[in-house]
Write a protein that binds this ligand. Structure first.
Ligand SMILES: [Zn+2]
Length: 447
């Protein structure tokens, strides 16, 4: 079936003023100004009330943290004390049931904001949660979002000088065996894949050097992506110097991670030489503007990283340091914090969109999503400008960012409508809100 998405108010694509044609889940034609589709179409969708952009791609999150948003024990803290407050709460209350609801909620919330593909960094494996990756694979299919699940890990706990409590870490053999299992079961690297797997040791302060090295070897063997937190805080710099005798990027290189397989979360505290080395190696960086502001972690050097050769993507980060999963809001925050870092003229709404679409796709190692171009997957977000916040707006694409678009009116993933009239076609959000809210209450009582 050929569907003509016809005459949008504006579209973030070249030579597609009259819209695009979608066929078999792909973008099969761009329709320039003054033209009609070259071949007959079966159906037409009137997009004259919509601004259309490529579906946003989220490259860093911790879905389970939707259960501890604005937690009174953790608010108003920087990263290390924030983590120390939350680890014991998560250890006691994250179960397969609560984790499933958290995953469903984060995926749904992302999608409602205009996100069509997401990666979740899941590294917390208390006893009983061994099937976390299987739960995420099931929920991604249920919600209909394209996903990179990351088999995360922690094996350096307090007894060995790490930050997390002993009850949430696993031993190296268990972790590596499960990485193999998850990769062989779920990793699909074909074009249009709905599910991919990456390997993601949590951070320098929660994982041993040996596990970092062995994980890189495994990623090479299976040709999958590598992900971790790096360069988020000065505390992390101090930990690395004290524990490993070097700075985080040196440590990354020593562990065999300084290559194009890797994308990092945050990437804030890099010096000029480190930016150059990361760019030269094409290491991707997921910029997490909202979380960086909430935890007062610092400002990512997005422009220098891109100029050096690093793809820069966007992420909402975990919902306990955001505290939502709205990626369109992340686009707006990226514009604002980068204007403070640089200046108003050199950061535009198109930079922020590029990070959230093409940059994010590159971080995930995908060339089939992230842009409205011929042959790309038909992953699209449609925003209506009928809300009060847009009244009087001039440039429609700039208005999405500057006036603060929040909810997509429609979302299409692989040619299927997953949001219609701002509601998911796959999930009952009233029921999900009630079930997730009930589950989250336990986290307030966990201590
Ligand atoms: Zn994170």
């Amino acid at each position: 079936m050929r569907l003509w998405i016809k005459d949008p108010i504006a579209i973030l694509a070249d030579k597609a003023e009259r819209g695009i044609v979608v066929e078999n889940g792909l973008i099969s034609e761009l329709v320039p100004a003054g033209r009609e589709p070259m071949l007959p179409v079966d159906r037409t969708f009137d997009a004259s009330k919509h601004v259309v952009i490529p579906g946003l791609i989220n490259t860093h999150h911790h879905f389970y943290q939707t259960l501890t948003r604005a937690h009174p024990d953790a608010i108003n803290k920087e990263l290390f004390p924030w983590l120390k407050a939350l680890y014991p709460i998560w250890a006691k209350a994250v179960t397969p049931e609560t984790f499933r609801l958290a995953t469903r909620l984060a995926l749904t919330e992302l999608m409602m904001s205009g996100c069509t593909a997401a990666s979740d960094h899941h590294y917390l494996f208390p006893g009983g949660l061994e099937e976390a990756m299987d739960i995420q694979a099931e929920e991604a299919e249920r919600v209909g979002l394209r996903m990179t699940i990351t088999r995360g890990s922690m094996n350096l706990s307090q007894k060995d000088g790490g930050l997390p409590p002993d009850s949430v870490v696993q031993d190296e053999d268990t972790i590596l065996a499960d990485c193999e299992r998850v990769l062989s079961r779920y990793h699909d690297s074909t074009k249009g894949s709905m599910l991919q797997v990456a390997l993601a040791p949590c951070s320098p302060f929660s994982v041993t050097r040996n596990l970092m090295k062995e994980t890189a070897v495994l990623a090479e063997k299976h040709d999958c992506r590598l992900h971790t937190h790096l360069g988020e805080t000065y505390d992390e710099d101090a930990f690395c110097i004290e524990t490993f005798g070097c700075r985080p990027v040196d440590y990354l290189e020593e562990c065999g991670w300084l290559n194009k397989r890797t994308w990092l979360a945050h990437g804030i505290h890099f010096n000029d030489d480190e930016v150059r080395r990361l760019g030269h190696a094409c290491v991707g960086v997921c910029h997490c503007p909202t979380s960086n502001m909430v935890l007062a972690s610092g400002q990512c050097r997005t422009k220098e990283l891109e100029a050096a050769g690093s793809p820069v993507g966007l992420g909402v980060d975990g919902s306990a340091s955001n505290d939502n999963s709205n990626l369109m809001e992340g686009v707006r925050h990226a514009l604002m914090i980068n204007r403070l870092t640089y200046d108003a003229a050199s950061i535009t709404h198109l930079d922020a969109f590029r990070w959230a679409t093409e940059g994010s796709a590159k971080c995930l190692g995908r060339d089939d999503i992230g842009a409205i171009r011929l042959g790309m997957m038909a992953d699209l977000a449609f925003y209506s400008l009928d809300e009060l916040r847009f009244s009087g707006a001039g440039d429609p694409l700039a208005a999405l960012v500057l006036c603060g678009a929040h909810t997509a009116d429609r979302v299409m993933i692989g040619g299927k409508w997953t949001i219609e009239d701002s509601k998911p076609t796959t999930i009952d959000i009233g029921r999900l809100r009630a079930e997730h809210g009930d589950a989250a209450r336990k986290f307030l009582e966990a201590l």
